[in-house]
Design a binder for this molecule. Structure first.
Ligand code: SF4
Ligand code: SF4
Length: 427
């Protein structure tokens, strides 16, 4: 196993990595994290931290484990790499015997193809079974009318994408039930929400492995572990709580194709004189019509809507983790890095080459590491990148110049969910 020195430019902000004489100490709030920090730092800062997992003012780095994708024999296959990564990152420490363990996954909207390969999910299921736990694959229903809007359609879609028991060796449960009514309110007491609506089967699971496909996202800039927790952990109305955006149709761009009308969950679009407009009294702000419009004729006020959206998303992510302190592991796939998320019914050409797979027990650190790893790459000219092709340039600004894609994880760090400082360890 490497020391992390292979990636000196990925040491995070400031020099907070381990120094000579430091000893590894498990994080007291979350022993599974296995953070490395000195006793001096522990005494000085940890005692100032506030509640659940909150390490406000605590300066330390989290470990993120990385494996590349080159394969030269059966011991370096990607299948084996997933298993070794699971072990190296200590994800098994999050799981106890007899746990009902949620494997949080995005099955991919019908028509997409960049979602995580079920064969890799099977490796994680096997590791969870080895712990004597009972894994199940899960996601929550969507707000919009796609192939995952209710549990029946969602399960059929998942099986068609290869997430069948015969492949993954675990049953599938749609976490918020048939019509997204199976919900548990979870208290968080934060800026936007006192309580959040979390999908029951995720909230009730004893432990969880969050498997995320890292890629672009229409409003988040990128989608990784925090977005997977936030949108994936929420019921349909929980998703609505987070979005709450009010789009508008740009009349001169609208060609009257009515694609937006087919997906709107509340029929807020009005068709008149060959154009569509949105009734803002009816719109619930799910944002889905923005995605499907082929003419990019539906827009948002990007300057006022985005940062609050990112913060609401981070608060929901926090809500999904409540009650599972030390019981959640994260694995993110930097493969087929499409410009938009797997909620689209297509997957566009990737923006950068495949990079590898990462794992951590810190959702903030893993997202920051993924963001940095993508930005180190040369962007594909034939992709939808509009700028940022050079290594070191922000690929997500290159896709959506208006979006500060780090805002959600900065806010998650402020809430004590994790740490943007990380040590990248190549296995
Ligand atoms: S999808 Fe876009 S172009 Fe088509 S009707 Fe709706 S707003 Fe107009
Ligand atoms: S009009 Fe509003 S509710 Fe309907 S799809 Fe668009 S954002 Fe969602």
């Amino acid at each position: 196993m490497g020391s992390g020195l292979e990636h000196p430019n990925l040491r995070g902000r400031g020099d907070t990595s381990a120094r000579a004489g430091d000893k590894p100490i498990s994080c007291p709030a979350n022993p599974a994290r296995g953070w490395l920090y000195s006793r001096t730092i522990f005494k000085k800062f940890y005692l100032r931290s506030d509640h659940y997992g909150a390490h406000r003012g605590l300066i330390m780095s989290s470990k993120v484990f990385f494996t590349g994708l080159r394969a030269r024999n059966d011991q370096t296959s990607r299948v084996v790499r997933v298993r070794k990564l699971f072990e190296a990152a200590g994800l098994g420490d999050c799981i106890s015997e007899k746990d009902l363990t949620a494997i949080k996954i995005h099955f991919g909207e019908r028509g997409s193809d960049a979602f995580i390969n079920p064969i890799f999910v099977r490796q994680v299921v096997d590791k969870v079974l080895d712990k004597g736990a009972k894994p199940f694959l899960t996601d929550s229903n969507t707000l919009y009318k796609g192939s995952r809007h209710n549990a029946v359609d969602h399960l059929i879609n998942a099986i068609e994408h290869g997430f069948d028991y015969s492949v993954v060796r675990a049953p599938l449960l749609i976490a918020d039930g048939l019509r997204s009514k199976d919900v548990r309110w979870v208290e968080i007491g934060k800026k936007y929400f006192d309580k959040v609506r979390i999908a029951a089967n995720i909230q009730q699971a004893d432990s969880m492995i969050v498997m995320s496909h890292f890629k672009g996202h229409i409003m988040g800039g990128f989608g990784g572990a925090i977005k997977n927790l936030a949108m994936g952990g929420a019921s349909a109305y929980g998703k609505m709580d987070q979005h709450s955006v009010r789009p508008e149709v740009i009349e001169k761009k609208c060609i009257g194709c009515r694609t937006c009308m087919e997906i709107c969950p509340v029929d807020a679009h009005i068709y008149e004189n060959g154009k569509v407009w949105i009734d803002k009294e009816v719109c619930i702000g799910c944002g889905e019509c923005i995605i499907v419009c082929p003419e990019e004729a539906i827009g948002l006020d990007w300057t006022t809507e985005l940062d609050p959206f990112h913060e609401r998303m981070a608060e929901y992510a926090l809500g999904t983790t409540i009650g599972k302190e030390g019981k959640i592991g994260y694995m993110s796939f930097l493969t087929r890095i499409s410009p938009e998320c797997d909620c689209f019914s297509w997957s566009d050409y990737p923006i950068v080459p495949d990079i590898g797979i990462v794992a951590s027990t810190d959702p903030v650190a893993i997202d920051k590491a993924c963001y940095d790893l993508v930005n180190q790459q040369v962007g594909f000219k034939q992709s939808s990148l509009k700028s940022g092709w050079e290594p070191g340039e922000d690929k997500f600004r290159g896709l959506k110049p208006q979006i500060d894609s780090l805002h959600s994880i900065k806010y998650a760090e402020e809430m004590g969910m994790g740490n943007m400082d990380y040590e990248l360890i190549t296995i």
